[in-house]
Write a protein that binds this ligand. Sequence first.
Ligand SMILES: *Cc1c(COP(=O)(O)O)cnc(C)c1O
Length: 385
Amino acid sequence: MKELSELKFGTKAIHAGVEPDPSTGAIMTPIYQTSTYVQEGVGNHKGYEYSRTGNPTRNALENAIAQLENGKYGACFGSGMAAIDCLIKMLKPGDEVISTNDLYGGSYRIFTTVFEQYGIKFHFVPMGNLENVREKINSNTRLIWAETPTNPMMNIIDIKGLSKLAKEAGALLGVDNTFATPYLQTPLDLGADIVMHSVTKYLGGHSDVVMGALVTKNEQIAEEMYRIQNSSGAVCGPMDSFLVLRGLKTLHLRIQRHCENGKKIANFLNEHPKVDKVYWPGFAFHENHEVAKEQMRDFGGMISFTLIGNSMDDAYAVVKNVKLFSLAESLGGVESLIGHPATMTHASIPKEEREKSGVVDSLIRLSVGVEDADDLVEDLKQALR
Ligand SMILES: *Cc1c(COP(=O)(O)O)cnc(C)c1O
C-alpha cells in the first residue's frame, strides 16, 4: 500500500487525517465535545489536557487539511480572520508586509486597522506584475501575502515567481488559498511557506460553519503557529470540526461541479449583450491565463462581471431579480450566491482604492454552486433582462 501522501486527491479527501475511533471503531471521527481530559496521575494523560490546546476532533481535521495541502502541520481557528491574525502575530514591530492590493476586505481591515497600530507596515501592490513587489522589498520585509485568484477581480498571481522573490528577500510567503482550494492549487508545492484558508468557504462547503486554517511544512513556523493558536485561543469547536471533516470528503466532487458550472456561466455571460467585462481565469484572453494554466488544475466557479454603462442601479436590479442565486456575502457553498462587492464585501475599502483595483459600481460577483447549470443560466438570463 502506498503512503497516504502519494495517493490521488479524491482518495486523500476521504481518508486523510481520519482513523476509526480507537475506543469503538466508529468510522466517523466522534465529536469530542469536552473541555478537559481526566489524567490518571499528574502528567500521565493520553495526549490531551485541555481543548484549547488540543481536541481529537479538531486534530483530525487539522491533519486532514494539512495532508490535502501537501503540508505537514495544520491548525484550525474560529474563523479565517483568526487564522490570519495568528499568522501576523508571528511578526514584530518594524516588520513589513507586501500584500496584494485587491485582497479580501476583511484582510485589508485587520492589516490597516489592527496590526498597523502594533508597528507593522503593510504595502498593497498589484501582484499581477511581480516588479511591483520587487520595488517594495527592503531589509524589513518579513512576509509576502498573496491571494490567488484574487477577490473579486480573479487576478492570478504567479506563486512560483513570488516564492523566488520571497527567498531572495529572506521573507516568508503566505498564500490565501480560499478561492482555489487544494483540489485546484497547492501553494506549498509552488514554494509558499504558509497556506491559509477561510474554511468557511469551499472546504466546509455547505454554508454552515465559520472557520479558518493555516498549513505549513516548516517545523519552526509550525511551533510558532501552535504557540500562538494556544496562547491567543481563537480555536474552533469540535462540532464545527466534525462538520468540516464531513464536508472535506466531497471536496473533489463539489469542486469538479463548481468548475463545470463556472465554465458554462462564464461563457454565457461573455456572450451576453448587456455584460461588459467578465473576469474568470479560464478565458484565454484573461490577463494571466497562462499562469493560471500553469499553477491551477482547473479554473473554479468564482466569476465577476460588469455591466455595459457601469450603473450601480442596474447592478442592484440584477442582484435583486435573480431567483436561484441568493444575494449574500460569502462563497464556496453548494448553493449559488450573488454579491455586489462595492457595497458588500469591499465596503470597508475606500472608493478610490477599490476602483483602482477594478471594483467599480456595476461589478457583480458570482459564487457558482453545484445546481444544474442550465437552471442557473436561465436565472441569470431573466435577471439581466
Ligand atoms: C472569507 C474570506 C476570508 C475570511 O474568512 P472568515 O472565515 O470569514 O473569517 C479571508 N480570505 C478570503 C479570500 C475569504 O474569502
